[in-house]
Each structure stands twice: as structure tokens, then as C-alpha cells.
Design a protein around this ligand. Structure first.
Ligand SMILES: Cc1ncc(COP(=O)(O)O)c(C=O)c1O
Length: 455
């Protein structure tokens, strides 16, 4: 992302905005296409947000603009008005249209490679249940290895435990450094884990790699790691990219994974819930099935997933409306990604300057979220402290931000034990981050420590 950085990302119709700049400064900016959405239009698209809250946690649950919510309601009404007609004439066609848009966005080779499912958790179950069948049906042997990142998302780790460990795999976690300075540190740890996996003549059957880790958040050099997996003979590679679409660059043909999933309800403005699951076309990978078996079982994952019983499919049908929404912004989703990245870095730097701390990774290793060190005098000394502090920030300061606990290591000089994960999305304003900055500074001035929250 670093190469995308530009100093200015503001729209010409902005009043004082993220960096507190004024109109005068904005006149220096390059001309923006007149079709660009205005600030007031953005505000009205997100007017349903609780405006008393500085919502700098887009990463957890994403957001959905009101024009897309309206489109979703239209789909729901279509179904309720004439369900039979909807089922026989509209549903399949609509889902195919969404899949086609996604295929183009992610540069998949073929439409059959793209399925729509509820969320990344479901996608992980689909892939890992397939791995379990590979063990159960004798294609893999008990004791074969699987590798995943130590920072893999909790639900995905549980899924590995439920399907892969229980099937007999020897699961190895890649210990990643944090704070992290370079991709090389990650690549080096990944290679070490693969070596451990291959020790004693073991075969490594599966690698689960995050594209953007959740907590702490870091963009993983996924293309390089997939390439290493290929060189080292890893059978199947699953990329959990829950945050990726709309947040960082994704290209299936370049990344080269076997399976890749991303939520569209996090950074692609869809309502909850929708994710795509890409699976590379290959006979050895074709035995993928939706965990909910219905009439379409055996017709390929994309068709199976498009009917898993009577339910609300509207979130899967609004992808064309989302595309219309993002195309109201300069350079569409590419422009949004780029400006979010620039803004979140700027805001992260503003916070570390005020708190005299540091970022969790260089800007080139983050997308639209970044980890910002919190002052050590807050006394964050456990995960439960982070939860209590998060609640305190919500209740006392109206700031929504997740916090990560990073235990001190022996012999370390840095005393930072807590990092806030800040996000930037199109609805965010400079004042949101000022609220967090000033709230933390107020706590520091008052001599607050997390121990107080136990009282
Ligand atoms: C890396 C990662 N994987 C998986 C998930 C699960 O996403 P969902 O709850 O939409 O299934 C998340 C959610 O934040 C995530 O960050």
C-alpha cells in the first residue's frame, strides 16, 4: 500500500475535515471528477449511525449505507410479495449477477470459482470440513501437518481444532512478531514453521494464512507465503482474508491460493452478512460442500450455497447496488481503499505523536486499520484489562475502538502493553480520532490505571 500514499485525500467540497485543513488549503488539491459524492451525501448515507459515538472500529462489523439498505429492503419485499416468482425467476439470476461482479473484482479466472456464503466463518467451515474428509477418506494420513498463523482469528482456530486436529492433523502455529518491522520477519517465521511441519518426513497438507490479521492487525505478504507453500509442496492453501475486499488489493490469479475468502460486509459496504469463497478450479479441490446440505447438494459449491433452504438472501443480492454506491466516489473502491489507508496512517501518526508511543507496524504493512500503541502508564496488563478499557472508552467517552494486549517479553525495553486498532472508513471524521486522543490524554492526566476498573 505504501506506493499508494499521497499526501492529500480530501474532497474539494469538504469543510475542515480529517486533518483539520481548511478550504484554502483544499484549493491546492488536484481536480476531482464532478461526479464525486459530496460530504453531505456521505453524511446522509450514514445518518443511521449513532452520531454520538466516534466509530473507529469499521474492522469488526463494517457499515452499510442507506441507499444499499433501501435496495436490500426492495429485495426482501420482492420475496414477500410473490415468493414463488422470486424463487423461480429472480433469486438464481440475482446471485449470479453478484458472483459475476465479485469474480471481476477479485480477478478470478472462472465464475465457477466464486461462491457466495454467509461469512468468513462459514467459508472456513467449508474448506476445513473438506480437509477433514481428506483425512477420513485416506487421502491424508494421521500425523500429517497443518500450519496456521498464531494470530489466526479465534473462530477459525476453533474450526481448525474441530475439523483438522480432530481428523488427526499435527497443527503447527506460526509465531509472528509484534510489533513488526518488515515482511521479511513474517516470511522467516513462516519458513521456520514449515520446516517444523516437514520434520520427520511429515507432509504438510494445509496452510491457513490470514491476508490481514484481525488482532493485532497486519497485512501479511500472502502472495510470497503462498509461493513458499508451493515450493515446499504444501498440498492446499486457504487464505482467510475476512477484511480484504475493499481494504487491500486482492487478485486471485496473482495470489495463487487454493481457497480464499473475504467478507463483503466489512469493507465492501454490504449489509450483514455476505462473503465470497473462491476455490481454484482443480479436480482435487472440487469436493467442497456447504455445511448446510439442501436440494442442490452435489451441483457444485456455488450452486449449493445459492440455496441452503428458505431464508433471507437479500444481502447476497445487493452487490450491484453496492457497486453503484462505491462508484460515486472518485476512482470507486480503489480510490476509497487508497484514501482510507492514507487517512488511517495519518491518524495513527497523530495519535502516537500525542501519546509518545509507536505504531505496531510500518504504514506499508497496514491497509485501512492500524495498531497504535497506548501510553504504558494506563497499566494494561491482561486481556481482561483491554476489554474493561474498551468498555470504559465506550461508556465514558463515546469512542468505539478495540484494544490489543501485548504481553511484555523478557529483556525488552519497550513498555507498551496495549495497542488500539483504529480503522478508517468513508464516514469517519478527524474529530472521531481527536475524541480518542483526548480521552486517553484525559485518563493519563488523571493518573488513571486499568486497575481502577476492577474496583
Ligand atoms: C481474520 C478474520 N477471520 C474471520 C473472521 C470472521 O468473520 P465473520 O464473523 O464475518 O464470519 C474475522 C472477523 O473479524 C476476521 O477478522
Amino acid at each position: 500500500m505504501a506506493s499508494h500514499c499521497q499526501k492529500s485525500y480530501l474532497r474539494p467540497d469538504s469543510t475542515p475535515h480529517l486533518n483539520g485543513d481548511t478550504e484554502t488549503h483544499l484549493h491546492k488539491k488536484p481536480k476531482i471528477a464532478p461526479t464525486s459524492i459530496s460530504d453531505s451525501e456521505i453524511q446522509s448515507e450514514f445518518a443511521h449511525h449513532d452520531l454520538s459515538v466516534a466509530r473507529i472500529n469499521n474492522g469488526s462489523f463494517g457499515c452499510c449505507p442507506s441507499s444499499v439498505i433501501s435496495a436490500q429492503q426492495q429485495w426482501q419485499l420482492k420475496f414477500l410479495r410473490q415468493p414463488d416468482y422470486f424463487y423461480f425467476n429472480e433469486l438464481k439470476k440475482g446471485i449470479l449477477e453478484s458472483r459475476t461482479i465479485i469474480k471481476d473484482l477479485i480477478n478470478a479466472e472462472h465464475i465457477d470459482e466464486v461462491s457466495i456464503v454467509d461469512n468468513a466463518t462459514t467459508a472456513a467451515a467449508i474448506v476445513l470440513q473438506k480437509i477433514a474428509r481428506d483425512f477420513a477418506e485416506g487421502r491424508f494420513q494421521k500425523g500429517d501437518a497443518a500450519v496456521m498463523l498464531h494470530y489466526a482469528y479465534g473462530a477459525v482456530k476453533k474450526s481448525v481444532e474441530a475439523y483438522v486436529s480432530r481428523a488427526g492433523a499435527y497443527v503447527i502455529e506460526v509465531q509472528l512478531p509484534f510489533p513488526v518491522e518488515s515482511n521479511d520477519e513474517i516470511i522467516c517465521e513462516f519458513r521456520k514453521a514449515l520446516e517444523r511441519g516437514k520434520a520427520n518426513g511429515r507432509k504438510v497438507r494445509l496452510a491457513v494464512i490470514d491476508h490481514i490479521t484481525s488482532m493485532p492487525c497486519v497485512v501479511i505478504p500472502v502472495k510470497e507465503l503462498v509461493k513458499i507453500c508451493r515450493e515446499e509442496g504444501v498440498d492446499q492453501v486457504f487464505v482467510d482474508a475476512a477484511h480484504a475486499i475493499g481494504c487491500t488489493d486482492i487478485n486471485m490469479q496473482e495470489i495463487g491460493a487454493d481457497y480464499y475468502t473475504s467478507n463483503l460486509h466489512k469493507w465492501f459496504f454490504c449489509p450483514p452478512s455476505i462473503a465470497f469463497l473462491y476455490s481454484r478450479r482443480s479436480p482435487s479441490l472440487s469436493d467442497l460442500h456447504h455445511p448446510v446440505v439442501s436440494n442442490e447438494y452435489g451441483n457444485g459449491l456455488a450452486i449449493e450455497s445459492a440455496w441452503i433452504g428458505t431464508r433471507d438472501y437479500s444481502s447476497q443480492l445487493v452487490v450491484p447496488s453496492v457497486l453503484k454506491f462505491v462508484n460515486r466516489f472518485e476512482d470507486g473502491i480503489e480510490g476509497i481503499k487508497k484514501r482510507n489507508h492514507e487517512a488511517v496512517v495519518k491518524m495513527g501518526e497523530m495519535l502516537v505523536e500525542s501519546w509518545k508511543t509507536r505504531l505496531g507496524c510500518p504504514p506499508s504493512m497496514c491497509a485501512s486499520m492500524i495498531m497504535v500503541g497506548l501510553p504504558s502508564c494506563l497499566g494494561i496488563s491482561s486481556e481482561s484489562d483491554t476489554m474493561m478499557l474498551r468498555t470504559h472508552l465506550r461508556e465514558e467517552f463515546r469512542v468505539e475502538v478495540p484494544i490489543y494486549y501485548r504481553a511484555p517479553r523478557k529483556g525488552e525495553t519497550s513498555t507498551i502493553t496495549g495497542y488500539a486498532r483504529i480503522s478508517h472508513q468513508v464516514y469517519n471524521k478527524f474529530e472521531d480520532y481527536v475524541k480518542l486522543r483526548d480521552g486517553i490524554n484525559e485518563l493519563v492526566r488523571a493518573g488513571f490505571t486499568c486497575a481502577e476498573l476492577l474496583k
